[in-house]
Write a new protein. Structure first.
Ligand SMILES: Nc1ncnc2c1ncn2[C@@H]1O[C@H](COP(=O)(O)OP(=O)(O)OP(=O)(O)O)[C@@H](O)[C@H]1O
Ligand SMILES: [Mg+2]
Lengths: 234, 440
């Protein structure tokens, strides 16, 4: 579904991604783990079009993704939940979700998807008219994911959805990711919480200072001695 | 004659709306009612405007009429700037520049081409109306193109940087105009025909307010608000942020241009000095004081500030404004002392100590210093104006209406919300305006 080949991103003189290659198959949950500053967010920003890579190729469903502007990537089914929640804070929950469906053409199904999102996050349906900025961190994260679901993604890019959440909520968010995949959405999950993300992912890539240093089946990586030492704190 | 004027206007204003791509209020009415209802409604509006015009002419002097027209022009300016600064969350300081682009292009047309066209008409009034309509369209087009020219390169800039670029652009327009001899250079252009009247200003003002409102609750308007809230998140949901920003600039400047044309054909001259950045800042003040993003807020402050500049011409007026400001402050601070007032009578004193003190100071100043003040009223006017702005901003930093809108339902709601809890809740949900919520 998604194939990245030799992607290079520079921030001025900083070489943030070195020849990064990665693949995501339809229906998979693939996780990209790495410590702070490894380049995880940079990878997702390049995919969603919020920054322009200097070289490399990205194919999404056989199409050349890098040639598309950011907003058409959303309509073609590639949707990002940016790092740090980024809800439209002075708009209500309902307005945020409506904006998620902004670029869609099939307006008829929007109501059905809205019901779906409210079923996925009952908390949101209790707070439809609350200003998004006044909600708790966990609720905002749910809203950010719900808003992305309103865009009808086929590939969902999640950037550290568990960041700053209490353990119970972290569990809930990862459960939601599993349920989203059950609905037929492919997921590329960026995480620092390697423990949880390796548990729900099919395959995983490990990113260190802009390079993929390891990749494989998630269960195998979770047992790998180097991964255990560096990311699982054991 | 006036009837013909308005009929012309009604036809051509629809064209204007089609050109600017705004869902029109006219079409709203047209879609929702039967033909007889439409005719009746249009007739009622025409009758109303003509009636008001006749009344203004008969019962009020030139001066009052002038204030009313200025208020209308300022409403067009404030509401249109609100599209950029309030709804899309960008910061433009170039509104006067766009106004100048519109004023001068319309003026050049009515001055050089106008007479030839009028000469071809048997009915002189009809001819002059046709000329004015073309001039207004021209002003919108010229200012819209100017808006596009600023909008495009400014896309990457945010906040302060954008403000500086638009400020510079406004000055460039003024310098350009000053150097074109055909439009009068630094001396300005005089001897323009008087074409603007109450009907034109009122009708265009209503059109401007309704079209900006319709835009704000439309699909495109939603994307503009998304840009205001968070550009990255807006991109992430598939909003074409470039398009949203450029369109905000273009539509807003078109209206600024129309306001410029109206002004030039009312005072019958166009002068570079009336379009400096001071004018832009005046409009920014209206938008900020009204509450960024609030259309009704912009309307209210445009009227209030137009009136204020006039009232401040006399010390009595300044005194009256000062007293109303004190009252306003007292009302605004009332909730803070409510619980104290319930406990003891001292609460009342706590609440009223500042309003009472400043009220007494005002009266004393008025009674004892009247002659001294009177002699210096011209110089003091701007100081007082500035002081009032400072006080208003301190009292209500989020603007008169915040991001909310004034509507019958909001008035009813605020009356029923008397408990402190309910007040807190309504404060928090304020940014979500009822009309938008309903349509999303
Ligand atoms: N706008 C920028 N300008 C300069 N350097 C940047 C910029 N954004 C990121 N970087 C650098 O690029 C590298 C990768 O950053 P990135 O945000 O992708 O890390 P990350 O893996 O997402 O980290 P975290 O887990 O902390 O979110 C870091 O060294 C960072 O300092
Ligand atoms: Mg990151």
């Amino acid at each position: 579904m998604l194939r990245i080949e030799n992607l290079n991103v520079y921030y001025g003189v900083i070489h943030a991604l070195h020849d990064l290659s990665l693949e995501v198959g339809a229906g998979e949950i693939v996780t990209l783990i790495g410590s702070n500053g490894a380049g995880k967010s940079t990878t997702l920003l390049a995919l969603s079009g919020l920054l322009q890579p200097q070289s490399g190729a990205v194919q999404f469903d056989g199409k050349n993704l890098l040639a598309m502007p950011a907003h058409t990537r959303v309509t073609s089914g590639l949707v990002q939940v940016p790092e740090g929640r980024r809800v439209f804070s002075s708009l209500s929950v309902a307005e945020n979700l409506a904006l998620g469906a902004y670029a869609r053409r099939d307006k008829a199904d929007v109501q059905k998807d809205l019901d779906d999102v409210y079923a996925l996050f009952p908390r949101l349906s209790e707070r439809k008219s609350q200003a998004a900025g006044t909600m708790s961190g966990g609720e905002q994260q749910m809203l950010a994911v719900g808003r992305a679901m309103m865009s009808r993604p086929r590939l969902l890019l999640l950037d550290e959805p568990s960041l700053g959440l209490a353990p119970l909520l972290v569990r809930e968010i990862f459960n939601v990711v599993k349920r989203i995949r059950e609905r037929g959405v492919t997921v590329l999950l960026v995480e620092q919480n390697a423990h949880m993300s390796l548990a729900i992912a099919d395959r995983a890539y490990v990113l260190e200072t802009g390079r993929i240093v390891m990749s494989g089946v998630a269960k195998d990586l979770a047992r790998d001695a180097r991964v255990k030492e560096a990311y699982l704190g054991a | 004659m006036n009837g013909a004027r308005f009929a012309d206007f009604a036809v051509h204003s629809r064209f204007l709306i089609v050109v600017s791509g705004i869902p029109s209020p006219v079409s709203l009415v047209m879609n929702s009612r039967s033909l007889p209802a439409k005719i009746a409604l249009s007739a009622a509006v025409v009758a109303l405007l003509l009636g008001v015009q006749a009344m203004l002419g008969r019962y009020f002097n030139e001066y009052v009429q002038q204030i009313v027209l200025y208020a209308g022009i300022n409403i067009i300016l404030a509401v249109s700037l609100n599209l950029i600064n309030g709804i899309t969350g960008q910061f433009s300081l170039g509104h006067a520049g766009f106004m100048a682009a519109g004023a001068y292009s319309a003026a050049a047309f009515t001055f050089y081409v106008g007479p030839q066209i009028t000469a071809r008409f048997q009915n002189e009034a009809a001819g002059s109306n046709v000329v004015f309509i073309v001039a207004l369209l021209l002003s919108a087009a010229a200012a819209g193109i100017a808006g596009l020219l600023v909008g495009l390169p400014s896309l990457r800039l945010r906040g302060d940087y954008l403000a500086i670029v638009t400020l510079g652009f406004g000055q460039i327009i003024i310098v350009l105009i000053t150097n074109i001899r055909e439009v009068g250079g630094a001396a300005g252009m005089t001897g323009l025909p008087l074409m603007t009247n109450f009907v034109w200003v009122a009708a265009l003002m209503v059109l401007c307010v309704l079209s900006v409102r319709n835009l704000a609750i439309s699909h495109l308007g939603r994307s503009m608000k998304a840009v205001r809230e968070d550009e990255v998140a807006a991109e992430a949901v598939g909003v074409d942020t470039t398009r949203a920003k450029v369109l905000a600039f273009v539509i807003s400047s078109m209206w600024a241009g129309v306001a410029g044309a109206l002004q030039a054909h009312y005072i019958q001259s166009a002068h570079p000095g009336s379009f400096t950045f001071i004018r832009s800042i005046e409009v920014v003040i209206m938008v900020v004081l009204g509450g960024l993003g609030s259309i009704t807020g912009a309307v209210v402050t445009a009227v209030l500030l137009t009136g204020l500049t006039e009232v401040l011409r006399s010390i009595t007026g300044a005194f009256a404004v000062g007293l109303s400001l004190v009252l306003f402050a007292a009302v605004l601070t009332l909730p803070r002392y409510r619980s104290a007032m319930r406990q003891s009578a001292m609460g009342w004193l706590l609440w009223l100590r500042w309003p009472l003190l400043s009220g007494v100071a005002l009266v004393a100043g008025f009674v004892f210093g009247r002659d001294w003040l009177e002699a210096r009223v011209a110089a003091l006017r701007f100081v007082i104006y500035a002081l009032i702005l400072i006080v208003l901003m301190l009292l209500r930093p989020q603007g008169l209406l915040g991001r909310g809108e004034l509507s019958w339902s909001s008035l009813r709601r605020s009356r029923s919300a008397t408990t402190p809890e309910a007040e807190g809740a309504s404060e928090r949900s304020e940014p979500v305006d009822e009309g938008v919520r309903g349509t999303l």
